[in-house]
Structure formats: structure tokens, C-alpha cells
Write a protein that binds this ligand. Structure first.
Ligand SMILES: [Mn+2]
Length: 476
């Protein structure tokens, strides 16, 4: 393809020539003869002529598929140049704005007065790369600081939240890489180990060992980092933390020597991908696979809480990871015992106004409840799922929705914050309520009545007036 560029600035010309060759055949038109000579001597294809005259272009042998780039430095209008190029048969016309944007209103004026022209800003073209590069050096400085801080420690603890998920596990591995340590000098630990089948499978397949921690064992470490969780989670058990890396909203009430908390990121692994890239640490296939799986799983494959940076990290990790292994880990999700709870929910559940509610009785492990809530969200015609079950002496309530209706976190707070813990995001939330407290407030309900009670709560919540916010079901 041929590009015919009408430019007067030498730096712009040399840069364009550099960028466009050899993918395009590039020819420049300039007005100044000395400039043309200089460019010609540098081996650049250039002619001189008046860009406002049609015959200049006719001489240049323009074809309908020739692409025009017209530099607009904001000092002199480019309207006449555009008209001349068009009269000569030009149809693919790009205006490259190099002047200060809106400095004299001309750059913006040209945008509105000339139709069928594509506008580009030189600064907009440069910005993404430059900003990424500069942010990376800021991240590099930050990472090098904590690397130095951890360097002389004999034993390091990388602490994860209870029942670690793929993001926690992958973040633990990534941080150990950043510390340039092995599993003997940097322990990945949690107060409660991995229980969910797919997470166990991930830990086994990638050989990630999570040590069980007790509050007493914290003292055995010279340095402590938490990933995918912040110290407040441990309820005062951690009096000293050296590093916190997390993507959950920042919590008050703890101090850490270093922290990197980015609540707008879809996963902690995304943050750590940036750390690894910033300091050029080589990423093993194992770590890349864990991180890729983590991003996929924390963002529900980019269906929630996703940021462009998550896609960037995914793109960067993909060629380094073992995608076949990830497929295998995901295959572990359906187990016979989980299907048992899905069956119970389908037997006892109510689907009304696109909300599926079910009380599934007692379960030996908590994960059956969110699993069932996720499962029924796949149901045609379900936009919300509310699944409750009893684990030990607690009632666990998992809420999911497709993300564009009312807030699931508000739902659990509305009904359960007074009698237990309740919280979460727009699309997923959880409440844990002592069963006695639930009975005191809502009565000692039978299984069927429990399901009906949750359906009523949903009905009431989703039809409450919420000011400007849209409710799930249009008001009737
Ligand atoms: Mn996470």
C-alpha cells in the first residue's frame, strides 16, 4: 500500500518514515527545497510542491487506494490541502495533529469542518507506550525496594487467606520468584489449607505447597508478606507486616512497610505480572500457568471486575504458560459430591422473576454453597442466584448475579449484617450467620420455608425503590 504524506516538520517526517517502512511504500511532499534536499540525502523518498494545488497530486500519480497523511501543526489550516488531495481522487485521508491540542481552536475546528477524514493526535499515539514505560520504571523502583528489604531475611512467610484460591496460590509463587527464594527460605502459608477440589488439583498439578500456619508460628519469620489479602483479615493476629500486595479495596487499621494495593485490578496476579515484568525476572512455565489460571478464574474469564491491565497481563503470560494444563485443572470443577448439592438445589429451589433461590441443608464444606450458586447462574432465565446451606453451626449464604443489576453485596448487608458477617461485590457476595442468630431473627424455618424466605428477601430487595439506580425487574 502506498502512503503519501504531506508534512513540513523534519522530526515528524523522519519518524513516520521509520515507522511506516517497510510495511508501506512511503513518499513525502514538502514545501521547502532545503528540507527536501536534506531528506533526499538521508535516503527518504521526497518531492517538493505546493500541497494546496490539485496538479501537485495529479503529478504524483495518486491511486484511489493511496493513503494520505496530512500533518496539521495547528499554525496554518489544512482545509485547502485536504480539498486538493480529494479533488485529485484521494479518499483515504488522515490528518495527523502535531500541534498543541486546541491551542488556538484550529485543531478542533478542522475536526468538525471536514467530513470523512480520520483524525489522529501524535500525542495520543505516543501516550500509551510512554505511559506504560514510565509506570513500569516506577513499579521497578518499588519492587527493588522491597526486594532489598527482604534480601537479608533468613526466613520469609508469604501468607495467603484461608482456603486459598488460584489467585492467592499464583501470587504466592510469583512473589517467591520476585524474592528469588525457594520453598525452604520463603514459605507459602495459610491458616486454613486449600479445600476446593479444583484448587487442590491446581496445587497438586503445579506442586504448590501451602503450609498450615498458627498464630504462634508467625513469630518464626523475619519478614512477612500477605498477598491477595490484607492483614485486617487475620483479626489482630498479625501485628507486623512488611509487604502487602492485594486487589481488594484498601482497608484501614494496619501498617506495612511496603504495600501495593490496586482495587481496580481484576486479580492480584495482574499486579504481580507487572512486578515481574518491571524487574525482568524470568517467569517459569509453572508460575506463568498458575498466574494465567488465576487471572482467568478471578475475572471469570474477563466477565467481571476486569481492567485493560488484566488483558495485558493475560496476553503477556499466555505464550509462557501451559494452556493444556489449565484446561485439565478446570476440568476438575465438576465432582460427584458437588453434583449432589446441585441436585438438592434443583429439587428444593424456586425460580421466580429471574431469581433462583434454594436452601440446600447441611454440607460438610463451605465451597458446595458458592459452587451451587455459580452453577445455577448458568440457568437460562436466571439473573440472580441465592443459595444457603449450613456448615457446622453457621448458615452460609452465597449470592451471585450477572453483574448489571442491583448490588449483591448490598443484598447480604441489607438482611444479614446485623446478625453475622456480610459483604461482597456487585456480582458476588456472601454472608455467614450463626444459625441460632438466624433463627432468633427469622424463626426456626423448615427447609421449604427457608427457601421461600430467601425468595421473599430477594423479591423485596429487588423491588425496593433505589433512587437513580436501575432495579433488576422494571417496576410493575
Ligand atoms: Mn484475588
Amino acid at each position: 500500500m502506498r502512503v503519501f504524506a504531506i508534512c513540513q516538520d523534519e522530526l515528524v517526517i523522519r519518524s513516520l518514515d521509520d515507522v511506516l517502512l517497510p510495511s508501506f511504500e512511503v513518499q513525502f511532499l514538502v514545501e521547502s527545497r532545503p528540507l527536501a534536499r536534506r531528506l533526499h540525502d538521508a535516503g527518504i523518498e521526497v518531492t517538493t510542491g505546493d500541497p494546496r494545488r490539485v496538479d501537485t497530486y495529479l503529478k504524483a500519480d495518486i491511486a484511489p487506494n493511496t493513503c494520505f497523511i496530512i500533518e496539521d501543526n495547528g499554525r496554518r489550516g489544512v482545509r485547502k490541502i485536504i480539498d486538493a488531495a480529494r479533488d485529485a481522487g484521494g479518499t483515504l485521508i488522515y490528518v495527523l495533529h502535531t500541534g498543541k491540542r486546541g491551542a488556538n481552536g484550529r485543531a478542533d475546528g478542522a475536526r468538525s469542518e471536514v467530513p470523512d477524514v480520520t483524525h489522529m493526535d501524535l500525542s495520543e499515539l505516543i501516550r500509551p507506550t510512554l505511559v506504560t514505560e514510565l509506570s513500569r520504571s516506577m513499579t521497578r523502583a518499588r519492587v527493588q525496594q522491597y526486594q532489598r528489604y527482604f534480601a537479608d531475611a533468613a526466613r520469609v512467610l508469604i501468607l495467603l487467606h484461608n482456603d486459598p484460591d488460584p489467585d492467592a496460590l499464583a501470587s504466592g509463587l510469583a512473589l517467591r520468584n520476585l524474592f528469588r527464594r525457594t520453598k525452604t527460605t520463603a514459605i507459602i502459608g495459610a491458616m486454613q489449607g486449600v479445600t476446593r477440589p479444583e484448587n487442590l488439583r491446581m496445587a497438586n498439578m503445579l506442586d504448590i505447597q501451602v503450609e498450615r500456619m498458627t498464630p504462634a508460628s508467625f513469630g518464626e519469620f523475619d519478614r512477612v508478606a500477605t498477598v491477595d489479602v490484607q492483614p485486617h483479615y487475620f483479626g489482630g493476629l498479625l501485628d507486623r507486616v512488611d509487604l502487602v500486595i492485594d486487589h481488594h479495596p484498601e482497608q484501614p487499621g494496619y501498617s506495612a512497610a511496603f504495600k501495593d494495593i490496586r482495587a481496580d485490578y481484576g486479580s492480584t496476579s495482574t499486579i504481580l505480572t507487572e512486578h515481574l515484568r518491571a524487574v525482568d525476572v524470568s517467569i517459569s512455565e509453572r508460575t506463568a500457568t498458575a498466574m494465567l489460571y488465576a487471572i482467568k478464574s478471578d475475572t471469570l474469564f474477563f466477565a467481571r471486575h476486569t481492567n485493560r491491565v488484566d488483558l495485558d497481563a493475560f496476553t503477556f503470560l499466555y505464550p509462557l504458560a501451559d494452556a493444556a494444563l489449565i484446561r485439565k485443572m478446570e476440568g476438575a470443577e465438576i465432582t460427584l459430591e458437588r453434583l449432589e448439592y446441585v441436585t438438592r438445589a434443583s429439587r428444593n429451589g424456586i425460580l421466580r422473576d429471574q431469581v433462583f433461590c434454594a436452601f440446600i441443608g447441611e454440607a460438610p464444606r463451605e465451597d458446595f454453597i458458592p459452587y451451587t450458586a455459580d452453577f445455577f447462574l448458568q440457568l437460562e432465565d436466571a439473573k440472580w442466584t441465592i443459595i444457603a446451606g449450613i456448615v457446622g453451626s453457621s448458615l452460609i449464604i452465597s449470592v451471585r448475579n450477572l453483574g448489571y443489576s442491583r448490588n449483591a453485596g448490598e443484598f447480604v448487608k441489607r438482611w444479614f449484617s446485623g446478625i453475622g458477617s456480610a459483604g461482597g461485590h456487585r456480582a458476588m457476595a456472601k454472608a455467614v450467620v450463626p444459625i441460632e442468630a438466624f433463627r432468633t431473627k427469622y424463626g426456626d424455618l423448615s427447609g421449604e420455608a427457608m427457601t421461600a424466605r430467601f425468595a421473599e428477601m430477594a423479591d423485596q430487595f429487588l423491588h425496593e425503590p433505589v433512587g437513580e439506580k436501575k432495579s433488576l425487574v422494571p417496576s410493575r
